[in-house]
Design a protein around this ligand. Structure first.
Ligand code: FES
Length: 92
């Protein structure tokens, strides 16, 4: 999401990089280091294919008061189809 946009990615491409490759803005302030937690995205479909949240991701979200249901896009390397969104994409 936004509806109608999709992209195929090479292995090793993060969710953040995939979104940016489509020209979608992604909030970030740490250079994809998994620290700022601003790149949180809601996984709408396909979340079962992702590894569980790691300790670093959990701590970054907790420290930055990021809602539980968001995953850090710079810390996810999709291996299967995902559908994701952010609140600010729907405002465009
Ligand atoms: S860009 Fe900072 S945690 Fe993802």
């Amino acid at each position: 999401m936004p509806a109608g946009l999709s992209v195929e990615i090479d292995p090793g491409t993060s969710l953040l990089e995939a979104a940016q490759s489509m020209g979608l803005p992604v909030a970030q302030a740490c250079g994809s280091e998994g620290i700022c937690a601003r790149c949180g995205m809601q996984i709408l479909e396909g979340g079962e294919s992702l590894p569980p949240e790691g300790e670093n991701e959990r701590r970054a979200k907790e420290r930055n008061r990021v809602p539980e249901n968001l995953r850090l896009a710079c810390q996810i390397w999709p291996a299967d189809d995902l559908s994701v969104t952010t609140p600010y994409w729907s405002e465009q």
